[in-house]
Design a protein around this ligand. Structure first.
Ligand code: NI
Length: 165
């Protein structure tokens, strides 16, 4: 298990546009493993490569399944191809520790991505997973949720359990 350091807001790398992944090789697979390790260790539901200082269009996500089991998802060169509906709710980010803010996102999205076999794949997400897809893909374009927040950021430890997503 290898943990990577998560870059925090104010680090200029978080505002840069990431470059497409060109080759799926052992180096990329190791990076993906490290990203999952880092995300699970820090209690996040998503992590984009720029957050650990790597400007590649690569994301790991795990919003879990309804039965509480893990649901690890890898996005390689993802692109949102369809979105509909709307959800407004609290969002947080491993790069903005201890804070949350209200963001409106689509309630359903379709994402075109690539599998580790290099094949094109379409994934769909609703509710939290749709929010997570949007949030993480924003990271690849150097966009933090703090630029989209409605109202003020709040301290996440001041929130009751009921308010958190
Ligand atoms: Ni984030």
């Amino acid at each position: 298990m290898a943990l990577r350091t998560v870059r925090e807001i104010g680090d200029p790398i978080l505002e840069k546009k990431a470059k497409p992944v060109k080759e799926i090789n052992d180096h990329l697979r190791e990076l993906i493993n490290d990203m999952f390790d880092t995300m699970y260790e820090t209690g996040g539901v998503g992590l984009a490569a720029p957050q650990i200082g790597i400007l590649k269009r690569l994301v790991v996500i795990d919003c879990g399944n309804e039965d509480g089991t893990e649901n690890p998802i890898v996005l390689i060169n993802p692109e949102i191809i369809e979105k509909d509906g709307e959800q407004t709710g609290y969002e947080g980010c491993l790069s903005v520790p201890g804070k949350m803010g209200i963001v409106t996102r689509p309630n359903h999205v379709k994402v075109k991505t690539m599998t580790l076999d290099g094949k094109e794949e379409i994934l769909e997400g609703t509710d939290l997973l749709a929010r997570c897809f949007c949030h993480e893909i924003d990271h690849l374009d150097g966009v933090l949720y703090t630029t989209k927040v409605e109202g003020e950021l709040v301290d996440s430890n001041s929130m009751s359990e009921d308010d958190e997503q």
